[in-house]
Ligand binder design. Structure first.
Ligand SMILES: NC(=O)C1=CN([C@@H]2O[C@H](COP(=O)(O)OP(=O)(O)OC[C@H]3O[C@@H](n4cnc5c(N)ncnc54)[C@H](OP(=O)(O)O)[C@@H]3O)[C@@H](O)[C@H]2O)C=CC1
Ligand SMILES: CC(=O)N[C@@H](CCC(=O)OP(=O)(O)O)C(=O)O
Length: 345
C-alpha cells in the first residue's frame, strides 16, 4: 500500500518516515512540503542518508488523493483544517495528526485553538483514533483524527478508572510534562536552548488546547464528568510525556484491586504495559517506542488514586499511533512496523 506524508519536513513527519521505512505493508510513496519543493529530505535531515531517497515535493491535493492509498497529514493545526477537506472524496484514506478534526463542537475549536475551523461535516466524519478505545470505528474510517500527545497519555491512564466508576469524575487533576519536540521544529523562544536547558516551566496555564479534547472523550465515557484541571510543563529533554493524574476514589479499593482492574482492561492491548505495583515508569523506558506504560497507586491517607502514564510524544503521541490506526484501517496486524524496542539508556 502506498503511503504519503504531508508536512514531511517536521518532527511528526520525519517520525512517520522512520516508521514507514521499516513497515512490512506500507511503502513510503511520496513526501510533501509547502516550502521546500524539490529539496532532498536528506538536506534537511542528514541522518536519513541512504534510508530515504525521496525529495520533498510541492503539495498538490488533487494528485495526492488519487496516487496514495493513505495520506498522513503532519502539518500545524489551522493548515490541516484547510488541507484535509481537499483530500476527501478521493482514493486515499486520510490520517490527520493535528488538532483540527478532534473537537466535534466548532465553538470549542474556535475558543481553544483561536483559528478557523475545518468544515463541520468533515469534522463529523472524522473518527477519533484513540486506538485502544475505538478500534471498531477505526476499522471503517476513511478519515481519522489522531489524538493529541497529552490526551493520549492522560486518557489511556484514566480510562479504566473512569469507565468503571472507580474515581470521582468531577475531581480529576492531570499534571503533565513534555519534552520539547512536542512543540514541533519551528523556532519559538520558549524552546530556545538557553531558555529550556537547566530549566522547567509551566505553560498555557488553564488555556491548553488539549483540555476540551480530554473533556470530550471523558464525557463520552461517563456522562457525569465535569471540567478537569490540566497543567502542562516543558521538560528539558527531546522526547517523552509523563502525565500524573489524581482523583478521589469512590469506593474502598487497594492498590492491588486497582492494579488488577488495569491489567484486566489492557490484557489484549499490545502497546499498553501495566507496571507492577510500586514500579513507576520513566519517560526513557518508552522512548522511541509505541508503548504507553502505566502505574497506579492508592494513597490511603488521602483516599486518592494516583495514575502515572508515560509515552513518547512523537510515537504513541503522534506518528506511532497514526500508523497503529492505519494498520487497523487496512486490516493489517495492529503492531505492523511498530515492534521496535524502546531506546535505553
Ligand atoms: N510534535 C509532537 O510531539 C506532536 C505533534 N502533533 C501534531 O502534528 C502536527 C505536526 O507537528 P510537528 O511535526 O511537531 O510540527 P513541525 O512544526 O515540526 O512540522 C510541521 C510541518 O508542517 C509544514 N507546514 C507548516 N505550515 C504549513 C502550511 N500552512 N501548510 C502546509 N504545511 C505546512 C512545515 O513544513 P514545510 O514548510 O516543509 O511545508 C513543517 O515542517 C501538528 O499539527 C502537531 O500539533 C501531534 C501530536 C504530537
Ligand atoms: C511541548 C509542547 O509545546 N507541546 C505542544 C503540543 C501541541 C500539539 O501537539 O498540538 P495539537 O493541538 O495539534 O495536538 C503544546 O503543548 O501545545
Amino acid at each position: 500500500m502506498k503511503a504519503s506524508v504531508i508536512g514531511a519536513s517536521g518532527y511528526g513527519g520525519i517520525e512517520l518516515i522512520r516508521l514507514l521505512s521499516n513497515h512490512p505493508n506500507f511503502e513510503l510513496h511520496a513526501i510533501y512540503s509547502s516550502s521546500k519543493d524539490g529539496v532532498p529530505v536528506t538536506e534537511e535531515y542528514p541522518h536519513l542518508a541512504d534510508i530515504c531517497p525521496l525529495p520533498l515535493t510541492k503539495i498538490d491535493t488533487e494528485v495526492i488523493k488519487e496516487t496514495a492509498d493513505i495520506v498522513f497529514l503532519a502539518v500545524p493545526s489551522g493548515a490541516a483544517a484547510a488541507l484535509a477537506p481537499q483530500l476527501s472524496g478521493g482514493h486515499a484514506k486520510v490520517v490527520d495528526l493535528s488538532g483540527d478534526l478532534r473537537l466535534k463542537e466548532t465553538a470549542d475549536y474556535q475558543k481553544w485553538y483561536k483559528k478557523e475551523p475545518a468544515d463541520q461535516s468533515f469534522v463529523a466524519e472524522a473518527v477519533y483514533g484513540l486506538t485502544e478505545w475505538n478500534r471498531d470505528n477505526v476499522k471503517t474510517a476513511k478519515v481519522l483524527s489522531n489524538p493529541g500527545c497529552y490526551p493520549t497519555a492522560a486518557l489511556l491512564g484514566l480510562a479504566p478508572a473512569v469507565k468503571n466508576n472507580v474515581i470521582d469524575v468531577k475531581n480529576i487533576i492531570i499534571d503533565a510534562k513534555s519534552g520539547v519536540s512536542g512543540a514541533g521544529r519551528g523556532l519559538s523562544p520558549v524552546v530556545h536552548f538557553a531558555e529550556m536547558n537547566d530549566n522547567f516551566r509551566i505553560y498555557k496555564v488553564n488555556e491548553h488546547q488539549h483540555i476540551p479534547e480530554i473533556e470530550q472523550q471523558l464525557s463520552w465515557w461517563n456522562e457525569n464528568t465535569a471540567p478537569i484541571t490540566f497543567s502542562t510543563h516543558l521538560l528539558p529533554v527531546s522526547r517523552g510525556i509523563m502525565a500524573t493524574m489524581y482523583a478521589p476514589l469512590t469506593k474502598a479499593m487497594t492498590t492491588e484491586d486497582v492494579h488488577a482492574l488495569y491489567e484486566e482492561t489492557y490484557k489484549n492491548d499490545p502497546f499498553v504495559r501495566i507496571r507492577p505495583s510500586k514500579q513507576f515508569p520513566g519517560i526513557k523506558e518508552v522512548a522511541g517506542s509505541n508503548y504507553c506504560d502505566i502505574s497506579v497507586d492508592v494513597d490511603v491517607r488521602t483516599n486518592r488514586l494516583v495514575i502515572v502514564s508515560v509515552i513518547d510524544n512523537l510515537v504513541k503521541g503522534a506518528a506511532g499511533q497514526a500508523i497503529q490506526n492505519a494498520n487497523i484501517m487496512f486490516g493489517f496486524d495492529e503492531t505492523a512496523g511498530l515492534k521496535g524496542f524502546p531506546m535505553y539508556p
